[in-house]
Design a protein around this ligand. Structure first.
Ligand code: XIL
Length: 370
């Protein structure tokens, strides 16, 4: 099912991801499963998706799962989308349809149709699925904000239990809590959950998820906490505390929505992955895309810069034994959330016509160790 397109042009050039949270929240709350404004088609002349790769073979050779965020509406309606997805990817994440709002928009009324369609497609094509996300302020329906603290605690437990039980045996992993740290890294983000339940809501969410689906890997997922910085340090402290407290957490997802003109240094990402791995955690790259809207130079130069950013960051995961997966937030520039949230861009591996961009070969090279 495709959500109504957000037919507005948002000029957010140069804004950091964190400054857009209110916007993400608002658009997600109004049913943000579409991908917004059209991107600017870039004249690329790469080979068709059907004639390169498969990327999943290169990833498998490196011992990694290679993933993409998807929407069931495109799976149902676009043959090229389906062909590209099934050829190149081994791991799917629901871009929108497994969040709280689409699943339980009204209290006690659960709609699993979108997520079920994605799971069915994945299972028919030999792919794993990551559920995303059980607890995230950005896709929480309004009724959650009207609850008293005890009601909120019960509602959160009920949501996690119902959803994780429904998908038990069908998902390899869950993003249990998404984006719980404040944008500036000063501490916990002020959300309906932290306000109502205090900091312990995070541990409670992981415990409930483990009970409901003991077989799924459980991740904490965050943005702008990939390399060095206050926010990365807060994430590290958070998950260190969870581990020390015996909370069932298996790893950390690094979203990796980056801009080609300023992105976390690969050496810092590697160091951050290593300190998380040293806690006994897995890591993964969970939502990667690379914006080139403001990158200088010709089209060829911008696409080449993008290729190198994809390569150098994916290579960090390829070289880290505890990094088990790289997921991109979409795969064709035809369908990317970036267009609506940051402005028209071309942030993914395939162009609008499902031709492989230089970025595709950068990622393939990284998995192949080249
Ligand atoms: C975005 C989706 O791409 C949009 O379609 C939706 O409207 C809002 O959410 N971090 C996350 C993702 O963890 O869930 C967000 O996905 C992008 C930022």
């Amino acid at each position: 099912m495709l959500r109504t397109k957000v037919a507005m042009s948002l000029n957010v050039r140069g804004a950091r991801l964190g400054m857009l949270l209110a916007l993400v929240t608002a658009l997600a709350a109004c049913g943000g499963g579409g991908d917004g404004v059209a991107s600017t088609p870039m004249p690329t002349s790469g080979p068709p998706a059907a004639s390169v790769g498969p990327l999943r073979d290169a990833a498998t050779g490196a011992g990694k799962w290679v993933g993409a965020a998807v929407q069931s509406g495109y799976i149902a309606s676009e043959p090229d989308y389906v062909a590209t997805l099934s050829r190149h990817f081994s791991y799917l994440t629901a871009e929108y349809e497994m969040k709280w709002d689409p699943i339980q928009r009204e209290q006690g009324v659960f709609d699993f149709s979108g997520g079920d369609a994605i799971v069915a497609f994945a299972e028919a094509n030999g792919m794993r699925v990551k559920g995303h996300a059980l607890v995230w302020h950005g896709a929480t329906p309004p009724w959650v904000g009207t609850l008293s603290p005890p009601e909120l605690r019960d509602a959160m437990a009920n949501h996690i239990r119902t959803v994780a039980s429904h998908y038990r045996g069908h998902v390899a992993a869950w993003d249990v809590v998404n984006e719980a740290i404040a944008t500036d890294g000063s501490g916990l983000r002020d959300t309906v959950f932290s306000r109502g339940l205090g900091p312990d809501y995070i541990a409670a969410a992981f415990r409930t998820a483990r009970e409901a689906d003991p077989g799924a890997l459980l991740f904490y997922n965050e943005y702008d906490a990939e390399g060095k910085g206050l926010k990365s340090d807060r994430v590290y402290e958070l998950v260190q505390g969870l581990k020390q407290g015996g909370v069932p957490i298996d790893g950390v997802g690094m979203q990796m929505h980056v801009d080609a003109t300023s992105y976390p240094q690969p050496a810092d990402i590697a160091a951050n992955m290593q300190r998380l791995a040293a806690l006994g955690l897995l890591v993964n790259i969970s939502e990667m895309d690379v914006r080139i809207r403001t990158a200088p130079g010709s089209t060829a130069q911008r696409l080449d810069l993008q290729k190198h950013v994809f390569h150098d960051i994916v290579a960090v995961c390829a070289a880290e034994a505890r990094c088990h997966a790289v997921t991109f937030w979409g795969f064709s520039d035809k369908h990317s959330w970036i267009d609506a949230f940051f402005g028209a861009d071309n942030p993914l591996l395939f162009d609008e016509g499902y031709r492989a961009k230089p970025a595709f070969f950068g990622v393939e090279d990284a998995f192949l160790g080249r």
